[in-house]
Each structure stands twice: as structure tokens, then as C-alpha cells.
Design a binder for this molecule. Structure first.
Ligand SMILES: CC(C)(COP(=O)(O)OP(=O)(O)OC[C@H]1O[C@@H](n2cnc3c(N)ncnc32)[C@H](O)[C@@H]1OP(=O)(O)O)[C@@H](O)C(=O)NCCC(=O)NCCS
Length: 431
């Protein structure tokens, strides 16, 4: 496939479900496929796209369902897209739907596709639960047994401790460190105080509540009618708190290092269910079909670091590459949207952006990336206050920034995430 010159990726539309706390929230009975199908169906209806013109669908999640590992293809087969629409699934930890966006964009840039739907979803309320190798082996023996005594013989080997379920760990396989442990480590090594973390979390909630009140999210969040009766509808995110205070936040106990730690439920992103989708087109195709793109892709980059260092520092590695590819400096950006895994991770990255020592030691550059202007940063809050369905966050951020550039009538925006494995992702949008 020969790359085609002068093709440009337009973000034509985007949509997400409300985001809700996992396990106890109103979306807890919805699977990743349910959430994904619902958002894609609604995006198609709202954008009035001719479904036969969709070339591809790229979707992803992090904790994959055993029933539908290629969730993208299942979304197509669930309808109403024609079964002839090509689809594949991707996973890249918390940058999953940035990856699906980039896959869609690359297909458009290469001339491999003109119209692509991308996105991601997560139902952390419905994780695949597995058992020990020993118990799995017993189940397989029982399944293979030809008669009842054979099955009974297999099951007679079961010991109570075999029945303990294994749920997916939010921990690094290589270091055994959970994300929360990594945030603690970053807080300690970078001198990020508990007070600064709580203040950042509070600001995040305040900005999200104000955004909801101002109607910023009205067109980008669909009401989600709950099956099977579709009588109750989830209208809004359930995570933003209007009544949070510094006093309350400061009373919460540290979760990951109970004795000396500073990371709490209040300054961490919560486990969340939700889905988000984007409609991408080649610019000339969008215009010929009468769509006014919200924004365009200017550049992107992915980067990776050693998980033994500070796991969630990816934005500070990926951003300078995306800026260089865009021919820009940090100061040229009008908006910056950084995934908020934890306050400690965001504040550590902000510190690294401004640090000459970081630039010299980690980036091999003389000059720091730059000071982040607070006025431009996470203007509507982020994953701490909106929630963080792992697979959906990148698409949510890209959609919100594209809509904001559209509202402002122009400008540039950086979207960036840290992700498990020490990955960083950065996308620069322009209008
Ligand atoms: C941190 C974590 C363990 C907390 O989970 P949890 O215990 O279910 O958290 P809850 O929402 O029940 O909150 C615990 C308490 O803090 C309170 N709280 C949480 N946020 C608050 C806020 N902003 N203001 C005031 N109180 C708050 C809750 O009301 C609750 O109080 P209660 O016990 O009196 O009801 C969980 O959210 C987590 O694992 N997050 C990190 C996820 C992660 O690693 N993601 C990957 C990042 S890329």
C-alpha cells in the first residue's frame, strides 16, 4: 500500500456513554460489548452517516471479555452496521482508544480507508474471573471424563483453596507494582505532597461539575437506557462530586501505602464502566458528504520507559516527540488534556515538563519541554472526576478537545496519557 500524499484525518463526530463507578454504579450489568455497541449505534444515528460507506471499525478494551475478544467485530455483527464492515480490536492499556484512533488515522492517511469508526470501552464490573492452574486442570479433566464416576473422580481432587477466584490485576507483571503503588512511588520521589494531590483532585471535580452545568458535555454524552426494560436511563456521569471539600479529602485514608502513603480514593481515578467512539474521515470525503470536521489530526507519538523507574511518566516522554513532529513548542498549544490516573502522576508529569534536569537526563535535550499554563490544562477536569474506563479514556479526551477546538473556532490541543507497561501516548489536534 503506497502512502497517499495530502490526505488529512478529520474528526467528524464523537460520542460517549455516561461514565459510572464499577461494581456499584448503574452500568454494572452492561458488558464491554453492550456499552460499545450502544455508543457506536448512537453515533451512527446522530451523525446520519450512510452505514455502507464505513470502511472499518477499530475498537478496544484492556480487560478483555472471554466471550468477545475481538470486540470490534462483535460490534459490527451486533448491528446495525453491514456485516461487510471490516473490524479489528486493539489493546494498549490506558492508551487503548488513542491506539484505535491512530489505527483509524493511519488507514486514512495510507488511503486504505476513507471513513473509520474508532473507540474503546471497559466494563470493570464484569471482569473475566479465572481460577488456579490446578483447578482449571481439574475442570478440564471433568469435562473430558466420559462418565459420571470419571467426573466425580476429577472433582474429588478439589480443595477449598482451589476455589479462590483470580480477578485481573491492575499490576505490572514485570515489577508486581500496582498502578497505585507506582503513584505512591512518584509522589515520594518527586516530593508531591498529599495537600497538592487533594487540591488537584478537588479542582478536577469542580471543573467537571461546572462543565456539566454549562452544558459542555450535553452533545458528547448519550443517555443510556438500561436493558431489559429500557425504563430507567443513565443520563450523566455518576462520578463528579459537587460536594467534595479539601477537609473531607484530607480525612481519606491512603489506600496503597496505608502507613506512609498519600494516594487515596479521593485523589485517584476510580474503577469505571463506560465507552466512547469517534467518527473519522479523510478531509475531502467529509467535506464532499457535507460534514464540517470538529478538528484534524496534526501529529501523534507513542513512547515507553522502564517500568522499574516511574511507571506513569509516559506523557513527559511522548509529548516532546509529538510536538517536534508537529513543528510546535509547548507554548504554541491552546489546550492540554492529560489523563488523570492519579493526582500524583499528573503533578509529577507537570513537574517533569518544566524540568531541565528531566530533559537532559531522560530526553537527551538541553531545554525543558516547558511550563504548563494552568489555564489551558484539563479545562473540564479529567479521569479523577469524570472516571476512567481504561479502554475509553483516550477517545473521550480526543472528542472533548476536538469539540472544544470547534467551539473556539480554531487552535491546537494536546491529548496525552500514561499507560501500564510504562507507555506514553500523545496526540496533537488542530482546527
Ligand atoms: C483507589 C481505589 C482503590 C478506591 O476504591 P474504593 O474504595 O471503591 O473507593 P470509594 O469510591 O468507595 O471511596 C472510598 C471513600 O472515599 C470517599 N471519596 C472518594 N472520593 C472522594 C472525593 N472526591 N471527595 C470526598 N470523598 C471521597 C468515598 O465517599 C468513600 O467514602 P465512604 O467509605 O465513607 O463511603 C480505586 O478507585 C482504585 O483502585 N483506583 C485506581 C484505579 C487504577 O489503578 N487505575 C489505573 C490508572 S491508569
Amino acid at each position: 500500500m503506497a502512502p497517499k500524499k495530502s490526505r488529512r484525518v478529520a474528526i467528524v463526530d464523537g460520542l460517549r456513554t455516561p461514565f459510572a463507578k464499577s461494581a456499584t454504579g448503574p452500568l454494572r450489568d452492561q458488558t464491554t460489548l453492550d456499552l460499545s455497541s450502544a455508543v457506536v449505534r448512537e453515533l451512527i444515528a446522530r451523525s446520519a452517516i450512510d452505514m455502507s460507506s464505513v470502511d472499518r471499525l477499530v475498537f478496544g478494551s484492556v480487560v478483555q471479555s472471554v466471550d468477545s475478544p475481538n470486540v470490534a467485530r462483535e460490534i459490527v455483527l451486533a448491528g446495525p452496521l453491514p456485516v461487510t464492515v471490516d473490524a479489528f480490536s486493539v489493546t494498549r492499556a490506558c492508551a487503548t482508544s488513542t491506539q484505535s484512533f491512530v489505527d483509524g488515522a493511519q488507514a486514512i492517511l495510507l488511503g486504505d480507508a476513507d471513513i473509520v469508526i474508532t473507540g474503546g470501552a471497559e466494563s470493570l464490573s464484569n471482569p473475566p474471573i479465572t481460577y488456579s492452574d490446578r483447578f482449571t486442570d481439574i475442570l478440564l479433566q471433568a469435562n473430558a471424563a466420559r462418565d459420571l464416576p470419571g467426573k466425580a473422580r476429577a472433582f474429588s481432587q478439589v480443595r477449598p483453596r482451589d476455589l479462590a477466584p483470580h480477578t485481573p490485576a491492575i499490576a505490572e507483571r514485570s515489577t508486581n507494582e500496582t498502578m497505585g503503588d507506582s503513584a505512591e512511588k512518584m509522589a515520594k520521589e518527586n516530593g508531591i505532597s498529599r495537600e497538592a494531590q487533594d487540591e488537584f483532585a478537588l479542582r478536577s471535580h469542580t471543573k467537571t461539575i461546572e462543565a456539566w452545568e454549562a452544558g459542555v458535555f450535553d452533545d458528547e454524552v448519550m443517555p443510556y437506557p438500561l436493558p431489559p426494560r429500557f425504563k430507567d436511563t443513565v443520563e450523566r456521569d455518576t462520578i463528579p462530586r459537587a460536594n467534595s471539600t479539601i477537609e473531607k479529602l484530607s480525612t481519606l485514608k491512603p489506600v496503597f501505602d496505608r502507613k506512609y502513603g498519600s494516594v487515596t480514593a479521593g485523589n485517584a481515578s476510580p474503577l469505571t464502566d463506560g465507552a466512547a467512539a469517534l467518527l473519522l474521515m479523510e478531509e475531502s470525503v467529509a467535506k464532499a458528504l457535507g460534514y464540517e470536521p470538529k478538528a484534524y489530526l496534526r501529529s501523534y507519538s507513542f513512547a515507553a520507559l522502564d517500568p522499574n523507574w516511574q511507571l506513569l511518566m509516559g506523557p513527559a516522554l511522548a509529548t516532546p516527540i509529538a510536538l517536534e513532529r508537529a513543528g510546535m513548542t509547548l507554548g504554541d498549544l491552546d489546550l492540554i488534556d492529560m489523563h488523570e490516573a492519579f493526582s500524583a502522576q499528573v503533578l509529577s508529569n507537570i513537574q517533569a515538563f518544566a524540568s531541565r534536569e528531566f530533559a537532559q537526563k531522560r530526553l537527551g535535550r538541553d531545554q525543558p519541554i516547558g511550563e504548563i499554563d494552568e489555564e489551558k490544562f484539563n479545562i473540564y477536569g479529567g479521569s479523577i472526576s469524570i472516571g476512567h474506563p481504561f479502554g475509553a479514556t483516550g477517545a473521550r479526551q480526543i472528542m472533548t478537545m476536538a469539540n472544544e477546538l470547534d467551539r473556539r473556532g480554531g487552535g491546537t490541543a494536546l491529548v496525552t496519557q500514561c499507560a501500564a507497561g510504562g507507555i506514553g501516548a500523545a496526540v496533537i489536534l488542530e482546527k
